[in-house]
Design a protein around this ligand. Structure first.
Ligand code: AP5
Ligand code: MG
Length: 219
């Protein structure tokens, strides 16, 4: 089972993919989380990626495809979060999945209006170890700067500064919105209005997944 969660920065892909992974047993694959781990480890890929990420630009397709390729065939199924983000990546994913005869089953497009996205990102902080997201206004960690789940350091992402957020939105429109059109032409896109509480959004997503794939346990 392969599910792609799409949506602009701040749509709630990471928040919901985590919950869906717990409820379905599918593996959560976030290219953003993988890249942040590379940056934290100081690897060659991390050093290259950091420059692109801090500006809010996409990391080159070749690096992303090489990084994710070995993970997409997980027998538990995968929930893709933040990948594919260009049409080149979407085609590379299709090609890789062709080999195992298990194409993308469902693409869920999470939409949220721009003002709410900017508000969410300006209040976001993230655990540097387990990547749990917090909202410093409505859902802060119980102890400032410390993750409730793992005790790791909670900090604001460099690319959540206002100028980087504006650039990420533009990059989304230019390079990632066409991926949605690519999937629409395949006819497997479900539209979700991803506003309301995280619980409400989770209900909508679980319903969408179950109605397409009745065998999946999604709550
Ligand atoms: P990535 O980490 O994927 O960032 P993004 O797509 O910009 O998305 P975000 O993580 O900002 O948002 P999200 O949708 O996950 O929302 P979240 O759940 O956190 O990518 C970062 C960078 O890495 C890219 O810019 C690029 O440089 C590089 N990169 C990654 N993948 C790449 C690829 N495939 N190709 C090339 N480069 C790549 O929620 C946001 C906030 O809102 C949180 O505070 C959360 O608590 C809150 N929230 C969530 N849901 C709700 C709700 N329903 N109501 C109120 N608040 C909510
Ligand atoms: Mg995310």
């Amino acid at each position: 089972m392969r599910i792609v969660l799409m949506g602009p920065p701040g749509a709630g892909k990471g928040t919901q993919a985590r919950r869906l992974s717990e409820s379905t047993g599918m593996k959560h694959l976030s290219t953003g989380d993988m890249l942040r781990a590379e940056v934290a480890s100081g690897s060659e890929l991390g050093l290259l990626a950091k420059e692109f990420m801090d500006r809010g630009d996409l990391v080159p397709d070749s690096n992303i495809i090489a990084m994710i390729q070995q993970h997409i065939d997980d027998p538990a199924g995968v929930l893709l979060d933040g990948f594919p983000r260009t049409v080149v990546q979407a085609k590379a994913l299709d090609q890789a999945l062709e080999k195992s005869n298990s194409p993308v089953d469902q693409v869920i497009h999470m939409s949220v209006d721009i003002d709410e996205l900017v508000e969410r990102l300006s209040n976001r902080a993230l655990c540097g170890d387990c990547q749990t997201p917090y909202n410093l206004e409505s859902n802060p960690p119980s102890k400032a700067g410390k993750c409730d789940k793992c005790g790791g350091p909670v900090a604001v992402r460099v690319d959540d500064r206002p100028e980087a957020v504006t650039h990420r939105m533009k990059v989304y429109q230019e390079l990632t919105a066409p991926v949605l059109d690519y999937y629409k032409s395949h006819g497997n896109v479900v539209e979700i209005l991803a506003t309301g509480s995280p619980d409400e959004v989770f209900e909508k997503l679980s319903h969408a997944i179950k109605s397409r794939m009745p065998g999946v346990k999604a709550n």
